[in-house]
Design a protein around this ligand. Structure first.
Ligand SMILES: [Zn+2]
Length: 414
């Protein structure tokens, strides 16, 4: 039996409970087994000690929406990155990106689409003990209609780029596409039922998959005990997704009261990915080949997403932190979403819960990780400073003193 004792100056457990000070946490065989106030004179056992008595200890952070095959950032060409190099090279780059996230305290990531099955391969290498890395819940190929959000005409029609996304039309083809992702090991299915529409800002969304296409995908996922994540903007595509049983709504800048009520009743998670929009707006129109119409749309989202977030929070929708890292947002800057949620009305503690306990539930790991509670896996981050007073501390690697998974120090040296 391997036992360690962790002494925490400040302990934030991820459940939303007030921080505790001078705590002693016992970890046995990779799990938390006791959490109690530190005795004034801690008895000397023969177990190892992790001394974080001058630091803050948080549960391992979780990013519920990433694309791990691309670096993100202003110079990243997302379309080209999916085409250049071999799949082997792409897998190595993917591995580098997840290590960058891990180095910032992110011990679990959900990857919502990756070309071919690169994210599945990297997850298997990590889970199989071949390489150290964060926990990954992966989608494999994103499922999309012909010409849809993930099947854009970025390249010449005579180029064959099949296998990069899961293109499917009609109920049976969509059912087969779902079965194919599950066959190759997807943990979650990613669909693209509705997207932003730049043509008319009075209805800034457009549906791309029908209810009859979404429903069999949800059914197959649920039969296999997996979840479905939907890229959405607003409108009937969201209503149809909810009716079909989608588990997590991504982006979803516009939600009606009725849709919010349905989400509360069904326990649907909302991953608003505020930072990808904010970062796009910060980068300015004219950059990254953004058309004037797309620029107007991005600004409309920027003005209206906060109100949707406020209403969702008010009625009690479960809100998880996700960045879209790998698309616009660089890996390693995942904690930006925590700051965005605070900008949108969350307390620092509520924003941390969105990036720990709620995110763990959103990626289907709520029983195993996401909080520092007895029985959970000992995934935690040791941070220098008071993150509740200044959550932006989490953006500077110099403040991330160490990252642990299953009670083992896994801090990458990058
Ligand atoms: Zn995304």
């Amino acid at each position: 039996m391997n036992t360690m004792r962790l002494t925490a100056g400040t302990l934030i457990d991820g459940t939303g409970k007030a921080p505790a000070h001078n705590m002693s946490v016992t970890i046995r065989d990779g799990r938390f087994v006791s959490i109690e106030p530190q005795a004034p004179q801690p008895e000397r056992g023969n177990e190892g000690v992790i001394d974080a008595s001058t630091y803050t200890v948080l549960p391992g952070l979780i990013d519920a929406h990433t694309h791990i095959h691309t670096p993100g950032g202003p110079t990243d060409n997302y379309a080209l990155a999916q085409l250049k190099g071999s799949l082997g090279a792409l897998a190595l780059e993917t591995y580098k990106h997840v290590l960058v996230d891990l180095s910032m305290g992110y011990t679990a990531l959900r990857s919502l689409s990756s070309p071919a099955y690169v994210d599945i391969s990297v997850r298997d290498s990590i889970d199989g003990g071949i390489l150290p890395g964060p926990r990954l819940k992966v989608a494999g190929q994103g499922l999309t209609a012909t010409g849809g959000h993930m099947d854009k005409a970025w390249w010449s029609p005579d180029l064959n780029v099949e296998g990069r996304t899961g293109v499917c039309d009609g109920p049976w083809a969509c059912r087969k596409a779902a079965r194919t992702q599950l066959k190759w090991g997807a943990d979650v299915l990613k669909i693209n039922p509705c997207v932003g529409d730049y043509r008319n800002l009075h209805t800034p969304w457009r549906q791309e998959m029908t209810y009859e296409e979404i429903q069999p995908i949800c059914e197959e996922a649920h039969w296999a005990g997996k979840m479905v994540a939907a890229h959405t903007a607003g409108g009937r595509g969201i209503t149809d997704s909810l009716r079909a049983g989608v588990d997590t709504l991504e982006h979803a800048h516009w939600l009606t009261d009725e849709q919010l009520e349905t989400m509360v009743a069904a326990g649907t998670f909302y991953v608003p990915t505020l930072i990808v929009n904010t970062r796009s707006v910060e980068q300015g129109g004219g950059q990254r080949d953004v058309s004037p119409e797309a620029w107007a749309w991005l600004n409309k989202v920027y003005e209206e997403k906060w109100e949707t977030l406020r209403r969702a929070k008010e009625v009690g929708v479960k809100i998880a932190a996700g960045t879209d890292a790998g698309f616009v947002v660089p890996h390693g800057e995942n904690a930006l979403e925590i700051l965005e949620l605070i900008k949108g009305g969350f307390t620092p503690m509520e924003a941390l819960v969105a990036a720990t306990q709620t995110a763990a539930e959103c990626i289907g790991m709520g029983n195993e990780i996401g909080s520092i509670e007895v029985g959970k896996r000992a995934d935690f981050v040791i941070v220098n400073g008071d993150v509740l007073a200044d959550p932006s501390l989490l953006l500077d690697r110099a403040n991330i003193m160490a990252v642990y998974m299953d009670g083992v120090n896994v801090t990458p040296s990058l």
